[in-house]
Design a protein around this ligand. Structure first.
Ligand code: SF4
Length: 913
C-alpha cells in the first residue's frame, strides 16, 4: 500500500544536486546502514530540502560516504511510510494500540507464563531502544525470549570472542587496517559490504605498496581487486585452513613464547586438534586450494608481525562459525599479535548497531552490559540495579529456534521491531507460516507495507533515520550519535517510547519512566559501571551523569570510558597487557575441528548456495529500494554461476534460471562469471515479494545453525539449478506500474519518475496490448512494431500526448539500451512524437549508449569506461579524471579496475590517489 505523507516531510534531493537555498541547520549524525558507522553531515535548507555529506571529523570515515550513505537524502521520501498505529488494518490512536499490546501480552503471560511472549528486534534499532526492550523482557517480564536479526549477522563472533577472551570484545580499531603490513580478509566482501573501510584499506595500500592483502573467500568478489593473493577455498573449510596455519606457525617458530606462557591457556589441545592439517596436502585436499598458494599464505603470515585478520559473514554464517572464529583467534594468540597497533583479529559487523545490541544484552543468551545470564553474581548485579521483580536465568530462544517456538505454539504473542523475518530468516516460508498462525503479532516499522507487516495484528509506526535520536556503536566499539533533524512523519514515535508505554501499562511504570533517549543512555552508562569490582570489558560509566546538553553534543568515542577516565588520545585497544576477562585472566586457545557444512551436495541438489549483499542495496530494500540511484547498479535479482556449470546446464548469460530445493525456489537472472567457483552459486538476499515475483532466497536456506552461537548457515545450502524455460522475455519502463504485477517472472526497480520492470513468461499472452494495459493502465493509445513470426513486439503507451510506458518483448533476453531509455524517462516528459525513436531500443550511431551502470553517483556506464580505456585511460584515477566515475563515494572503483583489467589495460590501485 502506498501512502502519502503530510507536508512535514521535505522532498529529498540527490546529494549532488542541492537546492541552493540557505542552510538553516547542520546536523551531525551516523549512517544507518553497515557496521562501519560513518559520520554524516545532514544540511537542512530553508526550503526544507536535505542534503547529506560525510562528516569530515568523524573518526570512522573522515568525510567519506559510500554510495548508500551518499544517497541517504534520496531515501527520505514520503511514499510508503507507516503514519498511524493500526489494529487489524484499522487506524487507531496510540493509546488504543498500546492498550491492546499490553492487554494481549499481559494476558498471555498470566495464562501461559513469561516464556509464551517474545520480542524479535534488530541491529537497526538504536542502543536506547535495545536497552529498553532487553530490560522489559529479561528484568520485568522474566523471560529471555528476546533475540535479534543480529543473530544472523555476528552471533558466531560473539560466541568465539567469549570462548577466547571471556567477553565479547573486538580488541582493535580501524586504524589497525591501515597500519598493518598484512591484512587477511576472511569471508568478507569489504568492498561492497563495508565500502568505506575498504577505501581506507585501499588508500593505505596505495600509500604503502609493501602492504599485503590476502582474501579468503569461495567467491572472487570485488574485494579481491586489491588482493595480492586470493584463496578461493571450498565453502566451509576455513577451520582447516587456519588449523593448518596454527601448526605451521608453531613449527616455523612464530610462537610468542612469553605471551603464550604468561597469558594464555589451552595451546596443547588446540595444536592437537590442528594436527590432521600438519600435512599441507591435507589442507589442500579439504580446502581445494593450490598447495603453493596455501604455502605462500602461511609463510607470509608467519613472517609478518603486523597482521590484522578481518572476518565477517563468510565466517559467521556457518554451522561451524564459532570454530572458524576461534581458529582465526588461535593464530593471533599463538603469535601474541593482539591488542597492539596494526595487528589483531577483527570482526566487522554487518549492521549499524549490532555492537550496541551486544552491549545491552540484545541476544537471548546475554544479560545487559556484557554480563552473563548464566552467572548468578551478574544476574544479581543487574536485578539490583534495575530493582526488578524477576530476572531470568534461562537463555531464551535464539532466532531460528524462536520462530520454531512460534510455529509450534510455545510463543503466542510476538513483537517484531525494525526487521523483516518473513524475508530474512532461513526457511523463510516456514517462518512466514509461523507468524501468520501466531495468535498475536505486533510489528513496529517505519514502512507500512513489508512482507512481515502484512501479517501483523497491530502495526506501530516507528521513527526513521533523520527523525530518531540515540546512539549506535560501530565495529571498532565507537559510540556515535544518531540525531533527528526532521519532524517525525504522521504519528511516528521512538521504539523505546512504545516499549516503555507498554511496560507502564503492565504495571512497571516507575522503572520505565524516561523522558528522553538521553535519560536511557545515562542509565545504560551507569549500569555498565555499577559495581566495578566485577570486571568486564564494556564500561561507559564516564557518561552516567551526562546532561541532556552533553548528550546532544556527544562526540563519537570508543569504549571503554570508565568513570573519571578522560577521553583517550587515539585509538583504544584491548589485551595488549595480556589480561583477559576469563576466570583465570588468560586468553583461551580453543581446540577446533574441521566440520563440513551440514548439507551435502547430492545428485538432485548438486550446488552449494551462497547468499549475501550487493553494493547498492540494504537488507530487504524497504529503504534503499526507494532511491532510483541505488537501483541503477543492479536492478534485478541474479545468480552468479561458473561458466562450465552454466554451459553444462544450457544456461546462457542473461537468461533466467530457477534455483531451488525441497523448501522453495527462486527465479533469477543468470550472471555467468568465472568469479564463482564451479559447484557453487551466489544469490543476493535483498529481493522480496515487493520487488520480484519469486526471489526470496532465504526461503531456500536450510535452518541449520552453529551449535554454539545459534547462527544459521546462510552460505552453504544445497540446491538444484536449471534453465527457466521462458517462452518470451520483456523489458518495460512506466511512469506508474501496478503494485502487483501479473506474470511468471517479473522484477521491478525504481527509476526517477517511474519504474523499470523485467518480465518473462512461460507462455505468450493472447495479446501484447493486454500486457501493456496491465502495466501502464487504461486510457492509453499504443504505438507498436510487431514481428509475430519472430516473436518480437515493441509498444509505446501514450497518454495525453506523452509517452507513459515502453514495452519490449523478444524470444530471448531483451537486448535494448536500458540506461539510454531510462535516461530519457528520467529527463522528464517524453513527447509522443519521440515514441518511434525510443521503440528502436537503442540510440543511433551519433549517440552514445552508456551501457550497464557502474558509477551510481555520476551515472557512468560500462561502455563509457571501456571507451575511456580505449582512449588511453590506464588507471581508475585516469578514468575518474576523464569521466568523474569513482571520484565521489568511490564504491565503484573495484568495478572500474575490473573493467580495465577485462580490457587488458594496466590496472593501478583501486584507491583514490
Ligand atoms: Fe553507511 Fe557506506 Fe559508511 Fe557503511 S560504509 S556506514 S553504508 S556510508
Amino acid at each position: 500500500m502506498t501512502r502519502r505523507l503530510p507536508a512535514t516531510l521535505p522532498e529529498a534531493q540527490p546529494a549532488e544536486e542541492p537546492r541552493m537555498s540557505e542552510i538553516v541547520r547542520t546536523t551531525l549524525t551516523t549512517c544507518p546502514y553497515c557496521g562501519t558507522g560513518c559520520g554524516v553531515k545532514a544540511e537542512t535548507r530553508a526550503d526544507g530540502s536535505v542534503t547529506v555529506a560525510g562528516d569530515p571529523d568523524h573518526p570512522a570515515n573522515f568525510g567519506r560516504l559510500c554510495v548508500k550513505g551518499s544517497a541517504l537524502a534520496e531515501t527520505l521520501v514520503a511514499d510508503g511510510r507507516l503514519l498511524h498505529p493500526e489494529i487489524e488494518g484499522r487506524r487507531v490512536a496510540w493509546d488504543e494500540a498500546l492498550d491492546t499490546v499490553a492487554e494481549r501480552f499481559g494476558a498471555t503471560i498470566r495464562e501461559h507464563g513469561p516464556d509464551a511472549v517474545a520480542l524479535y528486534v534488530s541491529g537497526q534499532i538504536l542502543t536506547e531502544d535495545y536497552y529498553v526492550a532487553n530490560k522489559l523482557m529479561k528484568g520485568f517480564v522474566g523471560s529471555a525470549n528476546i533475540d535479534t536479526n543480529s543473530r544472523l549477522c555476528m552471533a558466531s563472533s560473539v560466541a568465539g570472542h567469549k570462548r577466547a577472551f571471556g567477553t565479547d570484545t573486538v580488541p582493535g580499531a580501524y586504524e589497525d587496517l591501515e597500519t598493518a603490513d598484512l591484512v587477511v580478509l576472511v569471508g568478507s566482501n569489504l568492498a561492497w559490504c563495508h565500502p568505506i573501510l575498504f577505501q581506507r584499506l585501499s588508500a593505505a595500500k596505495v600509500a604503502r605498496p609493501e602492504m599485503r592483502v590476502v582474501t579468503v573467500d569461495p567467491r572472487r568478489t570485488a574485494t579481491a581487486e586489491i588482493a595480492d593473493l586470493h584463496l578461493g577455498l571450498e565453502p566451509g573449510t576455513d577451520v582447516a585452513l587456519f588449523a593448518g596455519l596454527l601448526g605451521h606457525l608453531e613449527r616455523a617458530g612464530a610462537r610468542d613464547t612469553e605471551f603464550v606462557a604468561d597469558h594464555t591457556s589451552g595451546l596443547e589441545a588446540a595444536l592437537e586438534a590442528a594436527a590432521p592439517f600438519t600435512d599441507l596436502a591435507e589442507v589442500t585436499r579439504v580446502t581445494g586450494l593450490a598447495g603453493a598458494d596455501v604455502a605462500a599464505f602461511y609463510d607470509l603470515f608467519a613472517a609478518t608481525e603486523k597482521v590484522v585478520t578481518v572476518y565477517s559473514q563468510g565466517v559467521n554464517q556457518s554451522s561451524a562459525g564459532t570454530d572458524k572464529v576461534n581458529a582465526i583467534v588461535n593464530c593471533h594468540l599463538l603469535t601474541g599479535r593482539i591488542g597492539r597497533e596494526g595487528l589483531g583479529p577483527f570482526s566487522v559487523t554487518g549492521q549499524p548497531n549490532a555492537m550496541g545490541g551486544r552491549e545491552v544484552g540484545g541476544l537471548a543468551n546475554q544479560l545487559a552490559a556484557h554480563l552473563e545470564l548464566a552467572d548468578p553474581v551478574h544476574r544479581e548485579l543487574v536485578q539490583g540495579f534495575w530493582n526488578s521483580p524477576a530476572i531470568t536465568a534461562t537463555p531464551g530462544h535464539k532466532a531460528v529456534d524462536l520462530f520454531d517456538a512460534v510455529a509450534d505454539g510455545r510463543v503466542k504473542a510476538l513483537w517484531i521491531m525494525a526487521t523483516n523475518p518473513v524475508d530474512s530468516l532461513p526457511d523463510a516460508d516456514r517462518v512466514k507460516a509461523a507468524i501468520a498462525a501466531c495468535p498475536f503479532v505486533v510489528v513496529s516499522d517505519v514502512m507500512a507495507s513489508t512482507d512481515t507487516a502484512e501479517l501483523a495484528h497491530v502495526l506501530l509506526p516507528a521513527q526513521a533515520w533523520g527523525e530518531k535520536d540515540g546512539t549506535v556503536t560501530n565495529s571498532e566499539r565507537r559510540v556515535s550519535r544518531q540525531r533527528g533533524f526532521m519532524t517525525p512523519v504522521g504519528e511516528a514515535k521512538p521504539d523505546w517510547w512504545a516499549l516503555a508505554e507498554v511496560a507502564r501499562r503492565l504495571g512497571w511504570g516507575e522503572a520505565f519512566a524516561w523522558e528522553s533517549a538521553a535519560a536511557i543512555f545515562r542509565e545504560h552508562a551507569a549500569l555498565s559501571g555499577h559495581r566495578p569490582e566485577i570486571a568486564r570489558d564494556f564500561d561507559i560509566s564516564a557518561f552516567a551523569d551526562l546532561s541532556d546538553a552533553g548528550f546532544d553534543g556527544l562526540s563519537p568515542f570508543q569504549w571503554p570510558r570508565r568513570r573519571g577516565e578522560a577521553a583517550a588520545n587515539g585509538p583504544r585497544r584491548f589485551f595488549a597487557d595480556g589480561r583477559f576477562f576469563t576466570a583465570d585472566g588468560r586468553g583461551r586457545f580453543v581446540a577446533t575441528v574441521h566440520r563440513a557444512p551440514r548439507s551435502t551436495p547430492s545428485a538432485t541438489l548438486p550446488f552449494r548456495l551462497n547468499t549475501g549483499r550487493i553494493r547498492d542495496q540494504w537488507h530487504t530494500m524497504t529503504r534503499t529500494g526507494v532511491a532510483a540511484r541505488l537501483s541503477g547498479h543492479i536492478a534485478e535479482p541474479f545468480v552468479e554461476i561458473a561458466p562450465d556449470d552454466a554451459e553444462r546446464l544450457g544456461i546462457t548469460p542473461a537468461s533466467l534460471v530457477t534455483v531451488g530445493n525441497g523448501r522453495a525456489s527462486v527465479v533469477v537472472r543468470a550472471l555467468v562469471t568465472d568469479r564463482q567457483r564451479p559447484g557453487s552459486v551466489f544469490v543476493p538476499i535483498h529481493w522480496t515479494d515487493r520487488f520480484a515475483s519469486a526471489a526470496r532466497v532465504d526461503a531456500l536456506v536450510a535452518p541449520e545453525t552453529d551449535p554454539v552461537s545459534g547462527q544459521p548457515e546462510s552460505k552453504a545450502t544445497t540446491v538444484a539449478v536449471a534453465r527457466f524455460a521462458a517462452a518470451w522475455y520483456g523489458f518495460a519502463i512506466g511512469r506508474t506500474v501496478p503494485e502487483r504485477i501479473d506474470g511468471d517472472y517479473w522484477a521491478r526497480a525504481r527509476i526517477a519518475g517511474g519504474e523499470r520492470v523485467e518480465l518473462a513468461g512461460l507462455v505468450a499472452p493472447a495479446a501484447w496490448s493486454d500486457v501493456a494495459v496491465h502495466l501502464f493502465g487504461d486510457g492509453t493509445s499504443l504505438t507498436s512494431f510487431a514481428d509475430a513470426r519472430a516473436g518480437r513486439f515493441r509498444l509505446a503507451a501514450v497518454r495525453d500526448g506523452e509517452v507513459v510506458g515502453l514495452l519490449y518483448v523478444a524470444p530471448e533476453p531483451v537486448e535494448v539500451a536500458r540506461d539510454w531509455l531510462i535516461g530519457h524517462f528520467e529527463a522528464g516528459p517524453i513527447a509522443a512524437a519521440e515514441a518511434v525513436t525510443l521503440l528502436a531500443g537503442r540510440p543511433g550511431a551519433e549517440v552514445e549508449d552508456p551501457g550497464r551502470k557502474v558509477c551510481s553517483c555520476f551515472g557512468t556506464g560500462a561502455n563509457q569506461i571501456r571507451k575511456a580505456a580505449a582512449a588511453g585511460c590506464r588507471s581508475v584515477a585516469e578514468v575518474g579524471e576523464r569521466l568523474g566515475a569513482g571520484t565521489n563515494c568511490g564504491s565503484c572503483r573495484p568495478e572500474i579496475a575490473r573493467l580495465l583489467a577485462e580490457e587488458e589495460h594496466v590496472v593501478t590501485p583501486v584507491a583514490a590517489e
